[in-house]
Write a protein that binds this ligand. Sequence first.
Ligand code: ADP
Length: 542
Amino acid sequence: AEPQVAYAQDEHGRPFIVVREQGKKTRAQGIQALKNHISAAKSVAQIVRTSLGPRGLDKILVSPDGDIQVTNDGATIMQNMELESQIARLMVQLSSSQDSEIGDGTTGVVVLAGALMEQSEALIDRGIHPIRIADGYERACGVAVKALEKVADRVEFGQGAGEQEELMKTARTCLGSKIVSKAGDLFARIAVDAVLSVADLARRDVDFELIKVDGKSGGSLEDTALVKGVVVDKDFSHPQMPREVRDARIAILTCPFEPPRPKTKHKLDISSVEEYKKLQEYEKQTFENMIKRVKDCGANLVICQWGFDDEANHLLLQHDLPAVRWVGGPELELIAIATNARIVPRFEDLSPEKLGRAGLVREVGFGTTRDKMLVIEECANPRAVTVFVRGSNKMIIDEAKRALHDAICVVRNLVRDNRVVYGGGAAEIAASIAVTKAADEIATIEQYAMRAFAAALDAIPLALAENSGLSPIETLAELKSRQITEGTSVLGVDCMLTGNSDMRSAHVFDPYLSKRQQMELSTQLCRAILKIDDVIEQHNVE
Ligand code: ADP
């Protein structure tokens, strides 16, 4: 019997699913336990299935403190669901492993795993032992991956201008299903530029650490920009300081930079105006000495973790030493990396070789808002880049950042391995055909599992068609028969209803690595679940 699935909200208003059968007190074992697991996996897959593809629907997630997120990103949806069942949690992990290794395909991997579990249920009903199913799946996965390899094409690109068309189109496909799709071309350009500026093409390596994605509400998505350097949400401490510093030599201080304050534990003994003035004079003198020391060491800009008061600020202005105050620890580190600076924790440690270098530090306004940001460019370490996302509110910015992350990952994956397979389910259909064919050549019982695997692969084009308002079965049948009769593997679901199912000419492709990872991860998970016949809850004895 189908388990009853209910959607509920916890006390914080977060959505979660209750799979009734899992809630029963009795501990199910053997086949019954397995079937419970399958239904848990299926119900999770069902939830994200409707988000798959460019016409997929978004979900609203409500966080414990009432924040609302609108997203279409599989991994995000999964991470925010409170799940009752252990198996459902495994599905969440599945999507996060796809996310951490590839960064894209997080919805697809869950849909595929759900379909594999669903298919195995029918086989179990027919009396096939779960272990045999697991073995058949593994074999089928091998065949499917080989098929992917066979149908993969290479995307050629280079660092020069005009050599990035194909990368752009791939990034564009990835952004197609997200909120940002209206600014898709800009975001695709940014993703490609960001990756190529930090990439080492000879070693096929991309240092992700060097790409920072930052955002601030205000303006619109179109104001989003890539800065070859670091962006900090701060401005120069005094409005009369110059708005830009060229050939900056930067002292980064994590110690206080202000006149010494008489500590409260020493009793102040000021009995006359005279003495007060003397104290003031002394304070001023010491701070001027500090400024002199900074300047003597060659610095023409100070970036401080701490603040200083108006008087100190004024002295800095008088002595032509622009400063930025209240910069957070992570930003300081980023600036230090980008400018090859050493952070100075004690004033006495200040020395010329610890200064960071940047060709240009300036205040920039982004978009239409009046607030300014500090942009540090032409850095000593030119490979650090920052994407600065603008949007009308935090929700849009967060989703835009996620989308950009996906697009950056897609481009990164192509730098690592430039093979692509065709999207819209074309690659899955090709793999499904190959697996079915291989199953026909096998005499053992695994052939059933292999056919089931092929049917599970079909779940991707089926879901894409359904989400686009097409008739799923008809669409799949037509595509499959055309792929076989025309001997091509580029035909996929025409989600955008352009009248063209040729995914190659429509430039809909996914990185080969991403598809392979989807298949391998979901097969692995299913095999693991098929081998579980008991869940024993460990209770903490306290
Ligand atoms: P995921 O989180 O798994 O990446 P998406 O919602 O981004 O999920 O959907 C990706 C799927 O949509 C892939 O199978 C991809 O091939 C397909 N797809 C993306 N754009 C198009 C398009 N324009 N036409 C057809 N299929 C598309």
